[in-house]
Design a protein around this ligand. Structure first.
Ligand code: NOJ
Length: 531
């Protein structure tokens, strides 16, 4: 057992360290493979901490590394208090936390609470126990509808496609908002709460600095499990549920967050951020009440097209949602569930130019930033062959949706051919494109014009320049298709041009631009910082 008292002392140095923190999401399977099995792992991350320090991020978010059959690549957890052998073991985890701290990096980890894996001991027990038993009550089992109960208990659909219900041998059905191998837990059951508390303390005592809470708007289910309005049937791993969708954002979920917060408050300096797919501003803000989550993922930027008016509105609404609350806005342009921004904004060079511009917009904003591994290299989404697809969405959708694998391809580190230093294995868990030699960390580090150099410079300026202080923005008048804002406290100006002509630069001295400027003009698809 680690010396908990020492760890707590370390973490108390600055209890609000996350207020303007840059988190870096490590998709563990795809970051760095240390043992040549083609899958990234904890020692692999440890071996690359120097890079993360050089990049200039402050904290890590590790995607699930717990014991799992990997149907949803770790978001199907069979034991939340152990490391899956494919990623290492608990000793590797402890060593990673120690080393990350020594590199000045905080470590936050994913918590999957809405569901377990069907390989979890509890679910095996539930299948062996009769209907109405305490074992079944940890999950959401119901009798079916229709004369012989052969219709599912309600019309809910799974986020991965198809019905959200699967029938078991004795005729009952169980609920799974995601894959059938991810049965939903019953959050009205006190044993489920107690087990989560155990999991929280387990990792807090090992020194983690906080948690990212998966499906933080899920968990609680409405009594009677009423049908969903068919038009509210949002599907897709990250689809935004309609306000009338009974599958999500039920009031009971706040009891879970209060319980989590109570435990975290015993460990000063630890943070919880929720994955909250709730677009209604008032309902979103409820998750951030003083006794609930410290931070909420706001997905407005990542779901907004490359359009100046829409982006400005996304920024203003995100700021407005948290104004007056004891929290900070959060900004994210990418994660393991969405298309990479380079490909989302366009193809080829224009996609890269736009992603570079958006990086400057994001890093100019007040609050908390979440970067997704590989975005700092400008990686595109990868078109994988059908045979390579691993996302459950591909099978569940009857091969109509290709899923999220294209954003999860392993990172290229060095060299001229795949797997570019990611692994010693030729075959990586998702194949890497052969033409990524120019995108490796090695190739980009010394190139001042690379995407990596832009991120490093931007992160450094954000951290060191006083112009980035203050929580409020003021907006300037700008030509159509453009916007410009100023950080009210420090005075940093950020301007973005999405029109198809160069526009005059706002007054000031240029600090950084996402692409070449034309004398005193800001070209299209370009952003600039001025002081
Ligand atoms: C959200 C995660 O980000 C996603 O990858 C996962 O499939 C679902 N939650 C289910 O856990």
């Amino acid at each position: 057992m680690r010396r908990t008292a020492d760890i707590r002392q370390w973490a108390t140095d600055d209890v609000m360290w996350w207020r303007d923190c840059v988190f870096y999401q490590v998709y563990v399977r795809s970051f760095a493979d240390s043992n040549g099995d083609g899958v990234g792992d904890l020692p692999g991350i440890r071996s690359r901490l120097g890079y993360l320090q050089l990049l200039g991020v402050d904290a890590l978010w590790l995607t699930p590394f717990y014991r799992s059959p990997m149907v949803d690549h770790g978001y199907d957890v069979a034991d939340p208090r152990d490391v899956d052998p494919v990623f290492g073991d608990l000793e590797d985890f402890d060593a990673l936390v120690d080393d990350a701290h020594a590199h000045g990096l905080k470590v936050t980890i994913d918590l999957v609470q809405n569901h377990t894996s069907s390989a979890h001991r509890w679910f095996t027990e539930a299948l062996q126990a009769p209907p109405g038993s305490p074992e079944r009550d940890r999950y959401v089992f119901r009798d079916g509808r229709g004369v012989d109960g052969s219709d599912p208990p309600n019309n809910w659909t799974s986020m991965f496609g198809g019905s959200a219900w699967t029938r078991v041998a004795d005729g009952q059905w169980y609920l799974h908002l995601f894959a059938p191998e991810q049965p939903d837990l019953n959050w009205a059951n006190t044993e489920v709460h107690a087990d989560l508390e155990r999991t929280l303390r387990f990792w807090l005592d090992r020194g983690v600095d906080g948690f990212r809470i998966d499906v933080a708007h899920g968990m609680a289910k409405p009594s009677g499990l009423p049908d969903m309005p068919p038009e509210a049937a949002a599907t897709g791993a990250l689809a935004v549920p309609d306000i009338d969708d009974p599958r999500f954002d039920n009031d009971g979920v706040h009891d879970v967050h209060r319980m989590v917060r109570k435990v975290l408050d015993e460990y000063p300096g630890r943070v919880a951020v929720g994955e909250i797919w709730v677009l209604d501003d008032e309902r979103f803000a409820r998750y951030l009440r003083p006794d609930e989550l410290h931070l909420g993922f706001n997905f407005r930027l990542v779901t907004t097209d490359f359009d100046a008016a829409a982006l400005r509105e996304a920024i203003e609404r995100s700021l407005h949602t948290v104004a007056g609350l004891n929290t900070q806005p959060t900004w994210t342009l990418a994660n393991h569930d969405v298309w990479r921004q380079v490909s989302r904004y366009d193809d080829g060079w224009r996609g890269v130019a736009r992603a570079r511009a958006m990086a400057l917009v994001e890093l100019a904003l007040p609050g908390v930033i979440y970067l997704y591994n590989g975005e700092e290299l400008g990686l595109p989404n990868v078109e994988l062959p059908d045979s390579a697809l691993r996302d459950p969405v591909w099978e569940r959708s009857g091969h109509t949706e290709r899923g999220r694998d294209g954003a999860r391809v392993p990172l290229p580190w060095e060299g001229h051919r795949a797997p570019f230093g990611f692994s010693d294995a030729e075959d990586t868990w998702l194949p890497m494109p052969d033409d990524w030699a120019a995108l490796t960390v090695e190739a980009q580090l010394e190139d001042p014009g690379s995407v990596l150099s832009l991120y490093r410079r931007g992160l450094d300026l954000r951290k060191t320049r006083t112009e980035f202080s203050g929580d409020e923005l003021e907006w300037y008048g700008a030509p159509p298709g453009c916007f410009a804002f100023r950080r009210k406290g420090g005075g940093l100006i950020c301007a973005l041009n999405i029109s198809n002509v160069p526009v005059p630069l706002p007054p000031g001295e240029v600090l950084l631009s996402s692409g070449p400027l034309e004398d005193d003009r800001l070209p299209e698809d370009t952003a600039v910082w001025l002081v």
